[in-house]
Structures are given as structure tokens and as C-alpha cells.
Write a protein that binds this ligand. Structure first.
Ligand code: NAD
Ligand code: IPM
Ligand code: MN
Length: 362
């Protein structure tokens, strides 16, 4: 019997609704494989917690999380608490404290998923975004001078360290090599004349160690355009924190919608726990109505299973999502369906049972 301790932070808005469905699917996997036990500990942190206790997470929250095998997170942020407080004191705090410097976001048009582009072949949208997740534009450094005065000046400083830049680029090269794919770097050296010139330089340096990996490099504005007009150019992609944030929402729109896009915040050394979450937010406009699409969270549950070393189950969950989309019957309104969040979770769980080969059932 292998037991894994999972910290659950459902968070705000649709977070708890979608996370419940992710857990439903994980529970189905451990029910089918009696030797895999997932033990959940729920942390009630988020904006409601903030209004009651004045903090987004306990003072010793990071200490409380540090021995878990993984963190499963819904979404953070809700009107009433300023976004820069809710996010910096919970989600970004966890990413930084646990040095989750790799953010893996697949942009893959799986079978049955809708795509807004005409005449696109499914296999043409198959990107793996590797987003720098610990520094860059999200360094949290800056200053606010002469507040409220006529000469007011606000500084937001990007921080691109040699260590931080090199490790994400190297990770991306390793991934591309392992998967036999090309690697594209997305930057903006023409305008960001320090950070992105440095980024491009490091990319070129590291590339010399990987002569077998085909590379490309685009400016971020052109890359945004090419993702729409010629998505097949992009296979493995490495980019900075902010560019990765923006381009993966764009990518989500190409690959089935924001309700289907998942992300893993990984500490590759496994010194600290990694965190799995949908890439969307708390969607206050639809929260509490059973309208949220849980498939992004279910996909991130699949990433969690991969990370724990159960790739066969990660694949199974993704296959079940594909089958649900191909059936096209049990879908939430964002996918032009009429089903509820929990009906979609139920259907994925039941497809998982039907797909499981008898050989893995104990
Ligand atoms: P959002 O992703 O929450 O919502 C954008 C749009 O997509 C909304 O119309 C919403 O209804 C829709 N949407 C999102 N997820 C959906 C789902 N699963 N099913 C169906 N529709 C879905 O982005 P936003 O509105 O810009 O941000 C809302 C809050 O969430 C803010 O406080 C923001 O800071 C926060 N946020 C948190 C995270 C996170 O926790 N990882 C990510 C992004 C935004
Ligand atoms: C995401 C989110 C976060 C980010 C916000 C909520 C801080 O948009 O995970 O994509 O920008 O990283
Ligand atoms: Mn985002």
C-alpha cells in the first residue's frame, strides 16, 4: 500500500466546486487500485478566511504544508479582498516559498475539445508551455514614490537571475530532448533591453549543450499572433512568468477553453511539495451556481497522478476526459452543454471505471 498526503486548498469562488470533482476522480482511481491511498487534509484558506481572521493563510501555513506529497488547489481571489493581497499572500506565496519554479501548462487539443480556429488539424495544437514561475516580472519588487503627488512614480522591477533563468531554460531543453520535440523561446529583447536581452543570451548559451534539439525564438507579440495563425510551429515552449501567464490563457482558448486548461507548479528537486491547479481563476461571475467546468481541475488531477509516479492513471483520467468530450452529452454551459459541475465530475468518474483495464484492479 502506498499512501500519499495531499493538502487541499479549495480557495474561493468556483474553487471548491471544481476541486470537489477533481477529488471525486482521484478517489475513483484509488478505489479501483486498492494499493494507492490518497489522504486529504483540507485547509480553509482564502478570501473568506481573510475576512474572518485578517490573513489569507495561517502564519505558519507554509510550515504546515511543507511535508505534504502534493498540494491540490482550486482558485484564489474574490471581490472584497484586493487581488494583490489575496494572491500574494496565498497562491504566489506557496509558489515562491516552495520554489515551484517550473509551471507546466499543456495546450493540447484533445479529441472532442472545441477549437475556435477554422481548418485546424487536432494534432496542430499540441504545445507544452514551460513558464518560469518564481521570479521575472513576478519578483514582487518595486517602489511607489511621491504617492498622490503630481510627480508620483511607480516602479515594478523584473528580476531575472542567472540561476532562475538558466534552470527553467535547461528544464525546457531536457523536456524537449526527452520528448523529441522542438523548443521555442518567447521573449521581448527588442524593447526589454535588460531582462529579455539576458534571457535570449542564456537561451543561446544553454542551446549549445543541446545540439540535437531544434530551436526557435520569437518576440512575444509575434508569438501571440503565430499561435493563432500557425499553432503547429509551437511544441515545447519556454517563456517568462508574465508572458507565460498571458499566452497560456490564449492557448487555453485555442484548446477547448479556459475550463479545460490545467497547470502544475513543480519543484523539480522535490525538496518541497508541488502544486496542481486549473489555470483559471475563481470566476466570481458564475460561482455557487453549479455552472463551472471542472475539467481543468480534473486534468490537473491527472498531472498530479503523473507526478506521484502513476502515469498510467494520469493517462487514464485524460482519456476519460477525452471520451466525455467525444460523447458530447455531459458538458457545462461554457462548452454549450446543460449539465452541472458535479454531473460532469460524475460522468468522468464513471468513464474512468469503464476504461480501467482489469489488470490494474486489485
Ligand atoms: P477567471 O479565470 O476567474 O474568469 C475569466 C472568465 O472565464 C469568466 O467569465 C469566468 O466565468 C470564466 N471561467 C473561468 N473558469 C471557468 C470554468 N472552470 N468554467 C467555466 N467558466 C470559467 O479570471 P478573472 O475573472 O480575471 O479573475 C477572477 C478572480 O480569480 C480574480 O480575483 C483573479 O485574481 C483570480 N485568479 C486566480 C487564479 C488562481 O487562483 N490560479 C487564476 C486567475 C485568476
Ligand atoms: C495564473 C494566475 C496567477 C498568475 C494570478 C492569479 C496571480 O493568473 O495562475 O495563471 O498570474 O500566475
Ligand atoms: Mn493566469
Amino acid at each position: 500500500m502506498s499512501t500519499y498526503k495531499i493538502a487541499v486548498i479549495a480557495g474561493d469562488g468556483i474553487g471548491p466546486e471544481v476541486l470537489q470533482e477533481g477529488i471525486k476522480v482521484l478517489d475513483k482511481i484509488s478505489e479501483l487500485d486498492g494499493s494507492l491511498k490518497l489522504e486529504y487534509t483540507y485547509f480553509p484558506w482564502g478570501c473568506e478566511y481573510y475576512t474572518k481572521h485578517g490573513v489569507m493563510m495561517d502564519e505558519d501555513g507554509i510550515e504546515k504544508l511543507k511535508d505534504f506529497d502534493a498540494i491540490f488547489l482550486g482558485a484564489v481571489g474574490f471581490p472584497g479582498v484586493p487581488d494583490h493581497i489575496s494572491l500574494w499572500d496565498l497562491l504566489l506565496k506557496i509558489r515562491k516559498s516552495f520554489d515551484q519554479y517550473i509551471n507546466i501548462r499543456p495546450i493540447k487539443l484533445i479529441k472532442g475539445a472545441p477549437c475556435p480556429l477554422k481548418d485546424v488539424k487536432r494534432e496542430d495544437i499540441d504545445m507544452l508551455f514551460i513558464r518560469e514561475n518564481s521570479e521575472g516580472e513576478y519578483a514582487g519588487a518595486g517602489d511607489w514614490l511621491f504617492k498622490g503627488k503630481e510627480n508620483e512614480v511607480v516602479l515594478q522591477t523584473g528580476v531575472f537571475s542567472r540561476k532562475g533563468t538558466e534552470r527553467v531554460i535547461r528544464y525546457a531543453f531536457e523536456t524537449a530532448r526527452k520528448e523529441g520535440k522542438s523548443l521555442t523561446s518567447i521573449s521581448k529583447g527588442n524593447a526589454l533591453n535588460y531582462s529579455m536581452v539576458f534571457w535570449d543570451q542564456v537561451f543561446e548559451e544553454v542551446a549549445k549543450e543541446y545540439p540535437d534539439v531544434k530551436t526557435a525564438s520569437y518576440l512575444v507579440d509575434a508569438a501571440a499572433m503565430l499561435m493563432i495563425t500557425d499553432p503547429k510551429r509551437f511544441e515545447v515552449v519556454v517563456t517568462s512568468n508574465l508572458f507565460g501567464d498571458i499566452l497560456t490563457d490564449l492557448g487555453a482558448a485555442l484548446a477547448g477553453g479556459i475550463g479545460l486548461a490545467a497547470g502544475a507548479n513543480v519543484n523539480p528537486e522535490r525538496t518541497f511539495p508541488s502544486m496542481f491547479e486549473p489555470i483559471h481563476g475563481s470566476a466570481p461571475d458564475i460561482a455557487g451556481k453549479g455552472l463551472a467546468n471542472p475539467l481543468a481541475t480534473i486534468w490537473s488531477a491527472s498531472q498530479l497522478l503523473d507526478f506521484l509516479g502513476y502515469e498510467q492513471y494520469g493517462k487514464l483520467v485524460l482519456n476519460a476526459v477525452e471520451e466525455l468530450l467525444v460523447e458530447g452529452k455531459v458538458l457545462t454551459p461554457d462548452m454549450k452543454g446543460t449539465s452541472s459541475t458535479s454531473e460532469v465530475g460524475d460522468r468522468v468518474a464513471s468513464i474512468v471505471s469503464s476504461l480501467v483495464p482489469s489488470s490494474v484492479v486489485e
